[in-house]
Design a protein around this ligand. Structure first.
Ligand code: FAD
Length: 298
């Protein structure tokens, strides 16, 4: 199913993101994770694509996306990066996706590794979007966006200009990079709307539940850390259980504020952590249900 249609009847959607098992993780771990995640009422589950873009990574993402659909009957979104792929490789991924009825693709450029020179067929995610739409327009495309600006962009304005090309080339729905400061999202959304971007923008939220995770996440995403989050980490840094609760509290509060500001979707970066995903989901399900129930007002 084309998930952009969900926005026709839902005010706010809720989705989860998982990643395929890493090399040293037994493969069946992901089956157990999915078995538990299926209890969460998610509109879709997206499956990331390992950096580097090898065929083995592509196969894993597609296999897991296909399983989400066939076994759990939840709509999957398969991430697909292009910077290390040529047209032939992308075509073979599209054929695999079609054969497995996976209709939604998150089109991404991928990070450029200093050790792997990029291939030349696709320079930006927007090139991948155009290529996929020309191959088969029934694929529904999602794209990434950056409330705190992509690290290679000259400015927010330029980044938004480039985002517009992604949408012109077929992307119907955006998901943000994770952020901890909602004001960054509101500023970005306002600028994007002023620039003529009107597709739904889902907010990417990652609950931070350990000290290791915050260091790694901030280093990788460049997200700014508000004083309130830092304070929670200083206060509970020595107590893993209290820190876990504080991380869930922060993410939940962030989400409720976003809902109060009419966000169109919450995309939870689960990091394959079922407990985190369940706790956050439980805390907001009644709110999501209330928001998505049409009122009887005349
Ligand atoms: P692009 O949209 O191509 O943008 C990259 C840079 O190029 C930006 O600075 C942009 O301003 C500029 N640009 C874009 N188009 C043009 C143009 N036409 N002309 C000039 N400049 C242009 N990585 C993975 O490896 N696997 C994943 O599964 C994955 N999932 C992600 C999911 C989300 C929601 C997000 C936010 C990121 C994800 N990433 C993933 C990371 C992503 O691959 C990196 O952030 C990457 O550096 C940029 O990818 P992009 O698709 O946003 O690129």
């Amino acid at each position: 199913m084309d998930i952009s249609k969900i926005f026709d009847h839902k005010k706010i959607i809720f989705s989860l993101e998982i990643f395929p098992p890493k090399k040293d993780t037994p493969y069946n771990v992901i089956y157990n994770t999915l078995l538990k995640l299926r209890g969460i009422p998610a509109d879709f589950i997206s499956v990331t694509y390992g950096a580097g873009g090898s065929k083995a990574q592509r196969d894993k993402t597609i296999e897991i996306a296909a399983l989400i659909l066939s076994t759990y009957h939840i709509e999957p979104v398969a991430h697909l990066t292009c910077v290390n792929s040529d047209k032939g490789e992308v075509l073979s991924a599209l054929e695999q996706l079609k054969a497995n009825q996976v209709q939604n693709i998150m089109v991404l450029r991928g990070d450029i590794s200093p050790d792997v020179p990029p291939k030349e067929d696709f320079r930006h995610a927007s090139d991948l979007a155009a290529f996929i739409k020309a191959y088969d327009s029934s694929f529904n495309l999602l794209g990434a966006c950056y409330p705190e600006v992509h690290y290679q962009a000259e400015s927010m304005e330029k980044d938004i200009e480039h985002l517009k090309i992604k949408i012109e080339n077929g992307v119907t729905h955006l998901i943000t990079q994770l952020f901890f400061d909602n004001s960054k999202f509101y500023e970005f959304r306002e600028k994007a709307e002023k620039a003529g971007i009107h597709v739904p923008i889902e907010a990417g939220i990652m609950p931070i539940t350990s000290l290791r995770q915050i260091e790694r996440t901030v280093a990788l995403s460049g997200a700014s850390v508000p004083a309130k989050l830092s304070r929670l980490f200083s206060r509970y840094g020595e107590n893993p259980k209290a820190l876990f609760d504080a991380g869930i509290y922060y993410a939940t509060e962030q989400i409720i504020d976003l809902i109060d500001h009419d966000v169109r979707g919450i995309h939870l970066y689960t990091m394959n952590n079922v407990e985190t995903a369940t706790r956050v989901s439980d805390a907001i399900q009644n709110i999501l249900e209330a928001e998505n129930t049409p009122t009887n007002a005349a």
